[in-house]
Design a protein around this ligand. Sequence first.
Ligand SMILES: Cc1cc2nc3c(=O)[nH]c(=O)nc-3n(C[C@H](O)[C@H](O)[C@H](O)COP(=O)(O)OP(=O)(O)OC[C@H]3O[C@@H](n4cnc5c(N)ncnc54)[C@H](O)[C@@H]3O)c2cc1C
Length: 424
Amino acid sequence: MTAAETSAGIEWATGQADAARRFDVLVVGGGPAGLCAAEAAATHGARVAVLERQKEIGYPVHTSGGSWISDMRALGIPPELYHPIRRVTFLAPRREARFDYDEPVCCVLDVRGVYQHLAGRAVAAGVTLLPHAPVERPLVEDGRVVGVVAKDQRNQAGEWRAPVVIDASGFSRTLVTRTGLQTGFRRYGFGAEYDLYAPNYDQDSLYLIMGSQVAPSGYAWAFPRGKGRVRLGVGVIRPDVDADAREYLDAFTERLPSLAPAFAGAGAVEYHTGLFPSEGVAPRFASAGLLATGDAAGHGSTLVGEGIRFAIYSGRMAGEVAAEAVRAGDASAEFLARYERQWRARFGREMELSYLINQRIAAWSDAKWDAGVEMLARLSPAQAAELLRGDYSAGLFLGVLRRNPGLLRTGARKFFDLALSRLG
Ligand SMILES: Cc1cc2nc3c(=O)[nH]c(=O)nc-3n(C[C@H](O)[C@H](O)[C@H](O)COP(=O)(O)OP(=O)(O)OC[C@H]3O[C@@H](n4cnc5c(N)ncnc54)[C@H](O)[C@@H]3O)c2cc1C
C-alpha cells in the first residue's frame, strides 16, 4: 500500500487528495449502519472511507437508544455503554401491563458512547473516517454509481470514487433518491424527546405509553439511562395524524399526572428530535455500484420504531457483500443483489409482520389500546419481550392466543391466521 492510500484523511487536509480519494468502498453516513458496513468491508480486505456530514460521530442524538442486551452482547458492545432495565410497563388510558425481569433483557444505550465505540472499531479495522464531509450527490457513469461528490472541511466540493458505494445516510436517503432506486419517505415517525436529569425517577423502570391523550397514532416513552438521566419522548406517525410531537411532549406531565411525581425536580439537559421511516422495507436496496443500508433502506422495525440493532446487522451484511464485490471485480446490480437476498432471508418476514402490526395499531382508538394492553397483561414477561422484540414464531403467536382465546372472536383473527401461515 502506498502512503497516499494509507493516510487519505491527512492528505485531504493538506490538499493533495486526488489519488487518496479513490477507495474500494465509500460509505455515506457515519451512523450505526455506515460505521458497521465500513468495519465489515475493511475487515474483509477492502479499502474503505466513511463520509459523515456532521462534525462529530454520534452527535446530534436523534434516537432514544432502547435496545436488547442479548444483541449488544452479540455485537460486542461493552456493558458500560448500556443501562439494563428491570421493569417494563405499558400504559393505556385505563389499563396497565407491568413486567418484571430479574435478569434484565432490554436496555437503554449511551447512544453517543456506542456510536463512538463503533467508530473506533471501524478505524481500528483500517477505515478512513471523515467527519464534516457532507455528500451532495452520487457520481453516475454508464448507469452505475462510481462515487460521490462531497464537500471537504474547507467547504470545497470534490469527487470521491469507488466501485461500490453504500448509502447509509439514514432518513435523508442521500444517494438512493438521486439515482431513482427509491423515493423519499412518505410515511414516517416524528419524535421529540428531552434527555432529563430526573432525580426522582426509578432507574429500573421503562414506560411505553399509548393513547390519544399522550401520543395520537404513536406512543410516548420514558427510558432511564443511568446516573439519574431519563429520555422522555413522544412520537407520532405522519401523515396518519398531523399532531405535533413537540407540543404533546411539553404537556406530558399535565396529560399524564400519574407519572408527574417521577419527574418532580427534573430538568432538561438535552433536546432531541428525529424522523424514522415507517413504510416498510424498500422494494430494492441494491443497484449497479450502490447498496443502501439501515434507515436509508427502511431496515428498521416499524413495530415500535426500533432501528439501531437492525442498522448494525444490515450494515455488516452490506459491508461484507461490498468487499466480496470488490474481490470479484464485479459491482453489477446482479452481483450486489445477493445482499438483498441475504437480508430478506434473515429479516424479511419479521419486518413484514411488524409493518402489518404497525399499520393496525397506529389507527387504534383509546378503547382498543385498553383492550390491547389488557391482552398484553396476560402474557408472561418472556412472551412480552419476544413480542416487543419482534421475535415472531408460531410458538409465540399460539402462546398469545392460548392466554387470550377471546382474540379469535375479534378482527385480530385475520392477522393471526396470516401470521401463522407466514411462519409455517
Ligand atoms: C425519535 C426517535 C427515537 C428512536 N428510538 C429508537 C430506539 O429507542 N431504539 C432503536 O433501536 N431505534 C430507535 N430509533 C431509530 C434509530 O434511530 C434508527 O433506526 C437508526 O439511527 C438508524 O441508523 P442508520 O445508521 O441507518 O441512520 P442514522 O443513525 O440516521 O445515521 C445516518 C448518518 O448519515 C449522516 N448523513 C446523512 N446525510 C448525509 C450526507 N449527505 N452526507 C454525509 N453524511 C450524511 C447523518 O449525519 C448520520 O450520522 C429512533 C428514531 C427516532 C427518530
